[in-house]
Design a protein around this ligand. Sequence first.
Ligand code: SF4
Length: 358
Amino acid sequence: MTVALPKRPAAKKQRKPTSLFIPELVFFEPEALNYPKGKQIMQWVQAQNIPYRMTTSHNRITNLPGETEAEQYKIAKRTLVVGLRKTLTFDQSKPSADYAIPIATGCMGHCHYCYLQTTLGAKPYIRVYVNTDDIINSAKKYIEERAPEITIFEAACTSDPLGLEHITGSLAELITFMAAEPLGRLRFVTKYQHVEPLLSLKHNGHTRIRFSVNADYVIRNFEPATSSFEERIEAAAKIARAGYPLGFIIAPIIWHEGWEEGYAELLAKLAQALPPEAGKDLTFEMIQHRFTKTAKTVIEKRYPKSKLEMDIEKRKKKWGRWGQNKYVYPDEQQKALREFITERIFEHFPQSGIDYFT
Ligand code: SF4
């Protein structure tokens, strides 16, 4: 007779710490090598033994390795292009800031819902800009034009710049510049944990660093190739201890089975993990999930097994700023999400501020 042994609870799979991003292929635009940052990135690339090529312009990169479109997309996400930022007029960046400050475009993350899927179209590779002085001079002009108003710049509109900081050092330059600007403020959001290079900088409280967080279901199912929730929170605690204003962006808020428990647990875990100094100047931003028809087509092609719900019938149509309708949750669901999460925020962080729900 065989006796069935009681089943042992499955050991929780230990996730490896998220390592720094190392591209698999790098392109240099020749002009980039006339700048100290371009030279420094070239040295780093050579020291890491990463294959590199020269290209006259990123627009000419058409021959990425990979047999299928899906493979090329994956490789593009691990391809870095080092060049110059030519357009020095900044886009508006409502509601989180006044202007988007461009230091990088593209990201190594694979978040299924990411709007870069469509905005970067067929060019999902990562571009970093070496002419940071020009970008900073432009920012200075915007600050002067708007004086005596404070001008806020968002550095994460087209990328996750913290994930690239070990290669560029551009955030450190912006933070240091903004520290000396009485009327300038910087903010950026990240899903990565690599905050070490920023901890000892003089920031004067002029840079707000926000971490993108979400219910466990969302992080587990839709955010491959980003840092884990625990890593992000550990980094947030370091940022708070370094005296930076801290924030969390809960985005995209996704209606899923068990969403109330999921978001309640998120806020409870944040409260448990953060040191007391984090609560002093803490902000929250909330962004519900939205998509366009174009995004839906691209996402279904790139992540065919994704559980991301994009059923137009279940959504409310909203006119988008870029001329395309987007699909958000119907009013009743929006209200339920907003009210429930707001209550949990104030339950755990009564002194924090909520910047917006959109
Ligand atoms: S980390 Fe941010 S920018 Fe990068 S893929 Fe995810 S959502 Fe997009």
